[in-house]
Each structure stands twice: as C-alpha cells, then as structure tokens.
Write a protein that binds this ligand. Sequence first.
Ligand code: BES
Ligand code: ZN
Length: 455
Amino acid sequence: MNVFSYLDAHEEQHRKELEELLGIPSISALSEHRADVRRAAQWLRDYLERIGFASAEVLPTQGNPVVWAEWTGRPGAPTALIYGHYDVQPVDPLELWTSPPFAPAVRNGRLYARGAADDKGQVMAQLQALAALLAAEGSLPVNVKVLLEGEEEIGSPSLEPFIREHPRRVEADLIVISDTSMVDHGVPTICCGLRGIVDMEVHVRTAATDLHSGLYGGAAPNAIHVLAQLLAGARQGQGRILVPGFYDGVRPLTDEERAQIAAVPFDEAAFKARLGVEALVGEPEYTPLERMTVRPTLEVNGIWGGFQGEGPKTVIPNEAHAKITCRLVPDQEPEAVAQAVVHYFQTNCPPGASVRVDVGHCARPWRADPGSREVRAAVRALQESFGREVALARMGGSIPVIEAFDRLLGVPCVLMGFAPPDSNAHAPDESIPLETLRLARRALCRFWHELAAAG
Ligand code: BES
Ligand code: ZN
C-alpha cells in the first residue's frame, strides 16, 4: 500500500493516539506530576514497540526518564536521531482554558490541549510518519533512532549527562527535531537558529519580619520597592538592557543576516492584533523580528511578595522575589551573562536590603547551516507536501540540548517545526490545526525518502 493512502486511511486513528498522549498531564516543572511524566514515557515506549521498534526502552537519568528506540534495518544507509520532548509546561491560569488542558477537544479543525503543539503533537507526527512507512512499505528509507526526553521545559538538566553516558545510543549522522514553529499559516518552516537561555531567581530581603505600614512606613525599607527598582533599572525604557557587560560578546549582525530576517514574512499590524497589544517594545534600531530572534533579552517571568489574599492588609513586606530569564544570541556565554546579572543586583542593592540571585538552567545559542544536504532534503519534502515555498528562519525560543548535540556529536540538525504562530504554546488554549498535523506526517514521510535518495 502507498504510504500516503495509508496516512489518509489512518487519520482518525492518528488523532486518537495523540489525544491519548495529550491526556497525560506530564508537567515537568511540578513535582506532584512526576508519576504522570513517567506514565507519558511508558506510553511512548509502548507506542514505539507497537509500530515496529522492538528495541524501545524507558531509560533512567538523573531526573525524568528518556524514551529510546532504534530501527537498524538499512545497513550502510545514514542513521538519523529524532529528538523531541514529552513533558509540557504548567497550565495556569487554568480558568482561561475553554476546555480542560488535559481533556483534548477539537474545535474548528484544531486540536486543543496542553502539548498539542509543544511538543506532543509534533512528536506524534514524527512517530506516526515512521509507523506509516513501516506499515505501508515494510521498512524505513534510513536507519532511525528516537530519543524523547521529559525535562525540556525545565532546561534539560539531565540530558547532556545522559548523552555523555550513552554515546552509542545517540550516535547518528544527523539529528531531526520537530519542536519549533511555522512563520505563518501554511508556510512550511525550517528553523536555522535558536537563542540560548539563562534562568535565574532573585530574592530580596529587608527587615527581620513584615512590619505595620502605618507604624513603620516612611522609614522601614520595603522589599517589593527594592526589587521593583532593581528590575526597572535593568532596562532603559522598554529597550536596551542596562546590566553592565550584558552585551559583551554579542556578534554584530551582518547585512546578510539582516536581509535574511527581513525576507521572513512579518505583518506588524496583524502581529499586534494577534497579541492584543497596541504597541511593541524593544530596541528601536532593530526590527521587531530581529528583537525577537537575534537580539538578547532580559525578561521577568514572575514576581511575588507581600500580601496576595482577599481584602486590604497594611503591611511592609520584608521579602520579594522574581523569576527572570535572559535569552542569548551568538556569541554570548551563559556563565558570563549570569555573572553580569548577579553582579548588577548585588552592586545596586540599596542599604537596608540584601539580595540573593540563584542561577538555574543555562543553554548556549545555536545556529544551523541552512545549505546542508540534510536541510535541502527537508526543503524539498516540505515544499512538496505543503505546496508553498519553505521559510528558513532563526527563532527566539530555546531547545537547551541542541547546542550540546552540535558540540558533542558534530552532525547537522534539521529542525522542521509545525507549531503555527497562533498555537498558544505555554499559554491557555494551546492548539494545533489537524490539517497541519496531516501535512506534517506526509512531509516527514517524504523527508525520509528524500534523505535516502540524497545518499
Ligand atoms: N518548542 C519550544 C522551543 C521553540 C518554540 C523554539 C518555537 C522555537 C520556536 C520548547 O519546548 C521550549 O519552549 N523551550 C523552552 C526552553 C526553556 C524552558 C529552557 C523555552 O524556549 O522557553
Ligand atoms: Zn515549550
């Protein structure tokens, strides 16, 4: 049977399989979901075995397990390593979801659930393409390894140690990832660069306890004000980061890079409308797309302290906290950026307060060679399936392990991403169009054949 007829005949089955996986709340950031994370890993292992990967295993790491499998039926042909993640981001604010995040629902041709786009939907498109090839053709065009992790959304802390410990399991001639977005509706997209990241928490302390704001207000230092001032001072207006040393190592953009970014379709008015904002922020000398993909950032992700309960409470809080992440571009080093930010908070903390900065996970920025044979095979497959010219785009998000793959394995990475720009990844009502998943499965089947034909 032809593989595309097979895909057509199994569309509903493929949707149901994905819905099953989406029903498992594998949130890696929350320890109460540890068992669910393991359940998702086990589910994927069983799935891989069912579609023809007899070798599928759940392997322990320092943290959440890795799902691993290989198919080696093509001696002499290249071996690809498919990487993806089965963990998802937290779902709050829960009340803003139209349907519960772990009860997948179809509305207007889109499948809604946490992980629908990032990344379970894309992982399943990859695995279902393999399933279709194995069922319809009895074999794969190349050898394939599968590596799915459960800690991507918390910075992949266990994956580099895993790769170092199991070099043979990750040995491959290329890496294939579907965990990125499409630049516009229906525009097949290959990601050619990702930003790095540094994750931090800032803790400000003032007095020994909270204080009565009437009796002490005016003289006692307030931890929230201290934190607010420090955060505000880190940025000039809405733009440039004022942390000394923050931009050290940032490679200036070449005219060619700017031209490549300008070639990516971007409608600023439509973009603002989609976000529901009237104005964009950032460095005026860069375009919005440049600011979001190739310029570094410092963003507050969360802030807490003081009284949050119902009704008024007249108190001077003695503690305030913030979660911060910086996005990094070539050639910034995570350790240097972290040190610069820590130093900024420490040297600017006013008398009467103390500040502690805890540095969390880090990842380096990454760039691909858009002209590699592997990327060209992907371009052909995507173009043929989507019927549209392929966009090659650098993106602002991070896949923490990718730079380690590059450094430790030194093989090309092909990032074919299928999350549409309005997929609401990491936000309420995450979704993906079923039609995009359908085209993705077809494109991936084509890709494996194109790759084999490219030799
Ligand atoms: N799939 C995303 C990364 C992504 C999305 C890259 C769209 C490019 C375009 C991934 O799952 C993700 O969200 N990564 C985190 C990593 C972080 C928690 C270390 C991110 O970028 O915030
Ligand atoms: Zn994500």
